[in-house]
Each structure stands twice: as C-alpha cells, then as structure tokens.
Design a protein around this ligand. Structure first.
Ligand SMILES: NC(=O)c1ccc[n+]([C@@H]2O[C@H](COP(=O)([O-])OP(=O)(O)OC[C@H]3O[C@@H](n4cnc5c(N)ncnc54)[C@H](O)[C@@H]3O)[C@@H](O)[C@H]2O)c1
Length: 323
C-alpha cells in the first residue's frame, strides 16, 4: 500500500452520516468549515438526516466503490467512521454478517486511508460492550476488555486492527468508546435507543414497558456533546504509547441513571405522564454501566447538556417533527 500525497485538506469523510450520531457529527464539521462527504448505504439511516451542504454518496463501506470514491476525491484529510451494524441481538443471530460490515468494512476503509494519506481516522467503538462485566465503577479505558457479544468482539477487534495499521503503516487514529447516546434523530424502531422509544410512547400516550425492576443503570450522553468530542478529537494532540487504550477515549458522563429514573425524568420533560408496565428482566442485560471520562476532560471536553435538558431537547424535537 503505497501512500499517495493527494489527500485534500479540510475534507472529511463521515461514514454512517445518514444515521443518528453520524448526521450530528457531519453537522459539526460543516459548522467548522469542513468539506463533508457522507457515505451511507441507508440500511438504517435516512437520506433526510444528511445535512444540507454535505455531499452524499450512497455506498456500502465494504464495497469497491469506496476506493473509487477516495480516488475520485483525491482522498480525505480525515475519516470519521460511524457506519456499523449496531444491533447486538442481530450480531448474536448472524455473527458473520456483523463481522462483514464491522470488521471487513473497517479494513476496506483503513486500506484506502493508508493509500491516500489520510491524516487521522476516528473510529467509533462502544464503551457499553467492549468492557463487559467490569468491576471499577465508572469504568476507565484501561479496564479489562471482555465483550460478551459478537458486536462487542467486532468493535474490540477493530480497535486492534487500527493499532496494527498504526504500527505497520503509521496511520494515526483515535477510538471513541461511547456510552448510551441519545438525542434528536435517534430511531425509536430499533432496540438501542431507550430514550427514543420512551419519547415516542409518551408522545403517543401509550404505556412504557420496564424490564425487570427498572433499577439497572446506564450512562446517558447527549448527542451534541458526542459530536463535540468528535470535533475535539479530530485535532487534539495527545501522548500515545503502544498500548491499545492509549488511543481510546470514553465518551460519556460518568453518571448512572436507572431506567425508572429515566422514565420519570422524561415524563417530567414532556409535561405528561403515561402508565408504566412491568415485564420480566431480559437475559444477558448488564446491571449497570458508566464510564470514566477524565481522559477526555483533560483535553478540554465537558458535558454541556445534562440529562434533564437533553431529554427536554429530544422530546421537543420529536413533538415538533424536526429533523
Ligand atoms: N447509539 C449509541 O448509543 C451507540 C453507543 C456506542 C457506539 N455506537 C456506535 O456509533 C455509530 C453510530 O451509531 P448510531 O446509533 O448513530 O446508529 P445508526 O444506525 O443510526 O447509524 C449507523 C449508520 O450506518 C449506516 N450503515 C450501516 N451499515 C453500512 C454499510 N455497510 N455501509 C454504509 N453505511 C452503513 C446505516 O445506514 C446508518 O445510517 C455505530 O458505529 C455504533 O456502533 C452507538
């Protein structure tokens, strides 16, 4: 893989930019004057999520079209890789499908990035799945990695591939390990977004279903704060040694909120209440999750939108039918 010198400055490729988080990240780059190209196969993303001002290319990240795009555009200064198969249960049912998109797709991107001299790759990992059952609370980046699902394995394997490409080809990269991201444009039809699901139910005055005792906790981070972390890590200089965790950053709040609390806060934000129904606990669900964020804070990032405010923004966007 010979490096080309043609990479264009201030150009960023956002994969998965028609999806929930990727579209907010594309907004962030556009606001900072970047030339943004979005690649997405629209398997779960929506064309209308792609911000005006970004070039949209409908493409599978695993296919040959990606290299053609790099060639046509003379490469990209940055690659921000959000495209993924994100369904944990699907990864259990079809691990090869998960690996094809999440591992082979990443490798396709990395080969192009090396060939066209990309300055940095931002890879989106998951702090909800790579650590598995941890002991330290909140979980630091250096905690043991024990993913329980094929999705978790594909995210962790991707981080190791990035590390190998860094050592073999000098490719610069950062891995962002998100906790539970929520905010406008999250799809309520999947199973990932509990805030999106609850918001829609409250909006439609339908009962909320809580699995188990509702005391299981998650670390909810607002999508605007996640986009800000991406902007920061597109430029930030940080000391990185040879260890996997040196280039990984948790993106989270460090705070735990139970599902019961979340439902209450959301109904408060919406100004209306719906009945809460109970269902048996779901097998294999983590009891708690929260991530330590000192590393990211040390670079100057902070939580700008707290949960109460973020839930109000999310609900308002849904109620107004905004993009
Ligand atoms: N939502 C969360 O709380 C969360 C937490 C941790 C990590 N993540 C990661 O963040 C990223 C974005 O997740 P999201 O919640 O916005 O999900 P999303 O489904 O809204 O976004 C993923 C996007 O990738 C696209 N895509 C899927 N396969 C593709 C392929 N083969 N080629 C091109 N595009 C493809 C989809 O159409 C979609 O637009 C993913 O990598 C996910 O694993 C999300």
């Amino acid at each position: 893989m010979a490096k080309s010198k043609t990479t264009r400055k201030k150009s960023v490729l956002v994969t998965g930019g028609a999806g929930f988080i990727g579209s907010h990240v594309a907004d962030g780059y556009l606001a900072r004057g970047w030339e943004v190209t979005v690649v997405d196969d629209l398997s779960s993303g929506k064309r209308e999520n792609v911000p005006d001002g970004a070039e949209f290319v409908e493409l599978d990240v695993c296919g040959a079209g990606l290299r053609e795009l790099f060639g046509r555009r003379g490469g990209f200064e940055l690659v921000n890789h959000h495209a993924a198969q994100i369904d944990v249960r699907l990864s259990v049912a079809e691990p090869r499908l998960d690996a094809r998109i999440n591992v082979m797709g990443l490798l396709n991107i990395l080969e192009c990035a090396v060939e066209y001299g990309t300055r940095r790759v931002l890879f989106i990992s998951s702090g909800g799945v790579v650590y598995g059952d941890a002991t330290e609370r909140p979980i630091p980046e250096t905690a043991a990695k024990q993913p329980e699902s094929p999705y978790g394995v594909s995210k962790l394997a991707s981080e190791y591939y990035l590390r190998a490409f860094n050592r073999l080809h000098g490719l610069d990269y950062v891995a962002l390990r998100y906790s539970n991201v929520y905010g406008p444009r999250q799809d309520p039809h999947g199973e990932a977004g509990v805030v999106a699901i609850f918001s829609r139910l409250v909006r439609e005055s339908r009962p909320i279903t809580i699995f188990g005792d509702g005391e299981q906790t998650r670390d909810y981070v607002y999508v605007g704060d996640v986009a800000a972390a991406n902007m920061l890590l597109s430029h930030a200089d940080f000391a990185a040694g040879a260890k996997l965790d040196d280039r990984a950053f948790n993106v989270a709040t460090g705070r735990e909120t139970s599902v019961n609390e979340l439902a209450d806060l959301l109904m408060e934000a919406a100004g209306r209440r719906v009945p809460m129904e109970r269902a048996p606990a779901r097998l294999g669900e983590l009891e708690w999750n929260s991530l330590r964020t000192d590393k990211l804070r040390n670079l100057g990032w902070e939580v700008a939108v707290d949960l109460k405010d973020g839930l109000a923004r999310t609900y308002r966007a849904l109620a107004d039918g905004r993009k």
